[in-house]
Design a protein around this ligand. Structure first.
Ligand code: IPE
Ligand code: IPE
Ligand code: MG
Length: 249
């Protein structure tokens, strides 16, 4: 079900819905269309989206979300013009540096999921610094999916398992769903309860394919840079109204 933007509706943090999902995933989409509507370059949309990343991350930690996974850059986004990819990477670095203080203040632990080995040494160092500095933080885990693809993650997990078998550390018969889970980037974390996609698109675009087996999807027509905490409240209310059956009755 899609919810549409309501005019002027605002929900203060104190009125956040009670049934807050433990793990929320967000496909932060619609930056380009946001910019186009304003006759601005796409990079301006990405900057507005990056600003909103800080707002929504902080809000999630305040309302008691325990895991937040944000789709920042997919393995397919490299097919965009080099200028746009460079602008995205530049913003990622800038906002990571700027947000570090927010993460510390909000007691947020930051993890990166995806293949970060393709990034510059400087960016990889920053990634390590953020992970290490925030490692003791306990209020919320923020997974940033960068150069992430669900298929790449599953392929990588299969490769790591095959390497363990080849090295004699385990046997093929030991591979259960739970054992496979330990080879994923999200090892040890609960599956997402709700995946939210702003911007009107109704697809996964290679996000958390393994982890989404029983996740509730919520779509919104609102473009990511316009997506407010009150819109997240509405998404959570919609989520809370669903009956999750996990194959049972
Ligand atoms: C999401 O916004 C940001 C990334 C994919 C990195 P888009 O750039 O996909 O925005 P639209 O879909 O073109 O509006
Ligand atoms: C998904 O959005 C990736 C991110 C938000 C990072 P896209 O805009 O790349 O997805 P498609 O191309 O519309 O499926
Ligand atoms: Mg898009």
């Amino acid at each position: 079900m899609i919810f549409r933007k309501r005019s002027g509706a605002k929900t203060p943090a104190a009125a956040a819905p009670a049934a807050v999902p433990t793990h929320i995933g967000i496909i932060m989409d619609g930056n380009g269309r946001w910019a186009k509507k304003r006759r601005l370059p796409r990079s301006a949309g990405h900057r507005a989206g990056a600003q909103n990343f800080r707002v929504i991350t902080r809000y999630c930690s305040q309302i008691g979300v325990k895991y937040l996974t944000l789709y920042v850059l997919s393995t397919e986004n490299w097919s965009r013009p080099a200028e746009e990819v460079n602008a995205l990477l530049g913003l990622f670095k800038e906002y990571l540096e700027e947000s570090l203080r927010d993460f510390m203040e909000e007691n947020i632990r930051v993890r990166f999921i995806g293949d970060v080995s393709v990034f510059s040494q400087e960016l990889q160092q920053l990634i390590r610094r953020v992970e290490e500095a925030s490692a003791p933080k306990t209020s919320m885990v923020l997974n940033l999916a960068v150069n992430y693809g669900g298929r790449a993650e599953i392929t990588r997990a299969a490769r790591l398992f095959a390497e363990d078998v080849a090295a004699g550390r385990c046997t093929p018969a030991e591979l259960t769903e739970q054992a496979f889970d330990r080879y994923l980037y999200t090892a040890g974390q609960p599956d997402p309860d709700m995946i939210l996609r702003p911007s009107g698109e109704q697809r996964l675009s290679n996000f958390l394919l393994w982890q989404c087996a029983y996740t509730e999807f919520v779509y919104s027509d609102i473009l990511w840079p316009d997506f407010k905490p009150s819109d997240l409240d509405e998404a959570i209310r919609l989520y809370a109204s669903r009956q999750r059956r996990f194959g049972g009755v």
